[in-house]
Design a protein around this ligand. Structure first.
Ligand SMILES: [Zn+2]
Length: 314
C-alpha cells in the first residue's frame, strides 16, 4: 500500500496522477487536486461499493481454485485479498503470496534495513492470521518505489513464479491503480501470463481514493466478481493490525495521522465484499466477458444511483 496519498503527496514522489508523479504536476493542478479531495473520497467509496453489489458472486466458484497473490508491498495482499485468501485456505486450496518490493523506504524516517526486517515480520504475522505458513510467503525483493525501473526482470520473475506454482488464478493490483508500483506490477503480470492458462484478476487498492481509476480499471475488465466477507472480517482486521509500522496512530499504529493506513482508509476494505476484475484472455470459468465497455459503464452508473439512494456501508 505504502502510505496514505493525499496529505503525504508532497513528501512521496511516487504517487502518480496519470503518467506523471504528483511532485511533477503544475502548481494549479496540485491546487485542483486539493479542491477536489473532499469529493473524490466519497465518490470513490460509492463507486467501489456499487462494484461489489453489482459484481458476480464468485465466493463458492473460486474457493477451490489455487491462486498466486502478487502484492506490490507488504499489506496489499491483506487489504485487497485477505478474505479471499482465508476462504481458499479454509477450503484446502493452495495459496501462494509473493511480495514484490522489499519494503525498504517506508516509514521514511527509519533505515532501509530496519524497514525490510520490520515489514517482513509484519507480513509473516499477517499471513499467519490468514492461515498461511512461511513456505507460502515469498519475497521478490525489488527496490520499493523503483518498480518502474525493473523492466523485463520483473516480467521474468513473475513468469518464473507462475511456472513454479501453476495457479488457477493470479491476483494482482491493476494497471489502472494510481500508485506507480501497483500499476507497473499489474502490467508486468499481464505480460508474464501471456500464453498461460492462468486466469488474471486484479484487485483495487488506491482506486478507493480516485474515482477515475475505477473507470479505467473497469474498462480493461470483464464483469467484476465479488467475494463475500461475512464471517471473516474479524480475522481480516487482526491481519491488518499486524502492520503496526504502516498504521496511523488513530488506527493503533506508529505513524502520524498524515500517513499510513488510517481508520477511514481501512474501512474501505472491510465492507461486505472483496472485489476483483477478471482480465479477459485467460480461463474465464466464473464470469464470461459480457457487454461492451459502454454498456458496462451504464450498468455501473445505474448501480451507483441505487447506492446513492441506499447509502454506503463499506
Ligand atoms: Zn502498496
Amino acid at each position: 500500500m505504502l502510505g496514505e496519498a493525499p496529505q503525504g503527496w508532497a513528501q512521496c514522489p511516487t504517487w502518480t496522477n496519470g503518467s506523471r508523479t504528483v511532485a511533477e504536476q503544475p502548481e494549479h493542478q496540485v491546487w485542483w487536486e486539493t479542491v477536489l479531495k473532499p469529493v473524490k473520497r466519497p465518490t470513490s467509496t460509492l463507486i467501489g461499493a456499487s462494484m461489489g453489489r453489482g459484481g458476480a458472486d464468485a465466493t463458492s466458484a473460486t474457493a477451490r481454485r489455487s491462486c498466486l497473490v502478487l502484492a506490490p508491498h507488504p499489506d496489499d495482499e491483506t487489504l485487497g485479498c485477505g478474505v479471499t485468501i482465508m476462504r481458499r485456505v479454509d477450503a484446502g486450496t493452495p495459496v501462494q503470496v509473493a511480495v514484490v518490493t522489499d519494503g525498504s523506504t517506508y516509514p521514511p524516517h527509519k533505515s532501509a534495513a530496519d524497514n525490510i526486517a520490520t515489514r517482513d515480520a509484519e507480513l509473516r504475522a499477517a499471513c499467519k492470521v490468514l492461515g498461511l505458513d512461511d513456505r507460502s510467503v515469498v519475497h521478490l525483493s525489488f527496490p520499493e518505489t523503483e518498480l518502474h525501473l525493473a523492466g523485463d526482470a520483473l516480467v521474468d520473475a513473475v513468469s518464473d513464479l507462475v511456472k513454479s506454482c501453476s495457479p488457477d488464478d493470479v491476483l494482482v493490483t491493476s494497471e489502472a491503480d494510481p500508485h506507480s508500483d501497483h500499476a507497473v506490477l499489474g502490467e508486468a503480470t499481464r505480460r508474464a501470463l501471456a500464453g498461460t492458462s492462468a486466469r488474471l484478476c486484479v484487485y483495487p487498492i488506491w482506486q478507493w481514493e480516485r474515482p477515475r481509476s475505477w473507470v479505467r480499471t473497469l474498462q480493461g475488465s470483464s464483469r467484476p466478481e465479488r467475494i463475500c466477507t461475512a464471517g471473516y472480517l474479524e480475522r481480516k482486521r487482526r491481519a491488518i493490525d499486524a502492520y503496526v509500522s504502516q498504521l496511523s496512530a488513530a488506527a493503533g499504529g506508529e505513524l502520524t495521522d498524515d500517513y499510513g493506513l488510517t481508520p477511514s482508509f481501512i474501512r474501505r476494505f472491510m465492507g461486505p465484499y472483496e472485489v476483483f476484475f477478471p482480465i479477459p484472455g485467460g480461463d474465464l470459468g466464473v464470469s464470461a466477458p459480457s457487454a461492451r465497455t459502454g454498456s458496462r459503464l451504464g450498468l455501473w452508473l445505474a448501480s451507483l444511483i441505487g447506492a446513492s439512494a441506499k447509502g454506503v456501508t463499506s
